[in-house]
Design a protein around this ligand. Sequence first.
Ligand code: FES
Length: 171
Amino acid sequence: MSKNPVTRRQFLSYTLTGVGGFMAAGMLLPMVRFAVDPVLKAEAAGDFKMTDKKIADITNEPVRVDFKYEQKDGWYTSDVTQTAWVYKNDKGEIVALSPICKHLGCTVDWGGSEKHPDMFFCPCHHGYYTKDGNNVPGTPPRGPLDAYPVKEKDGFLMLGNPEENPFVRKK
Ligand code: FES
């Protein structure tokens, strides 16, 4: 006989505790992963999306560029379409402006107003922006249009997430 005999009761207790712990871990781990995974997979800031706009085709006249991409929001995946107004400024820099008005979020158009065809116009409350996206004082918008960071890949334009307009700050 050994010095520390394990009784039948102890053996059953250890076995049930071990099996119970294993089963609990099997149920808890997927729940923890479910809660944490979307955070771990959050899109990196500055994530760039491809457009079908050739860099060589960009002129000094703003044109509307629509681009689509797949967006993952937690466990939900959807197709998103976004728009940018794209042109080259006097320094040869590519400017890609968000069309979202900084007043109440309507969509602005280049040359949408007969009165000021050389400006971005928001038809909702007659907001105006200059070509670089700066809001015109005396009209409802309180700040400049955001700008997309730009990149080139294989001769095509790529756009990041809209951020504070750097072309207005440079003045
Ligand atoms: S939403 Fe654009 S001016 Fe009001």
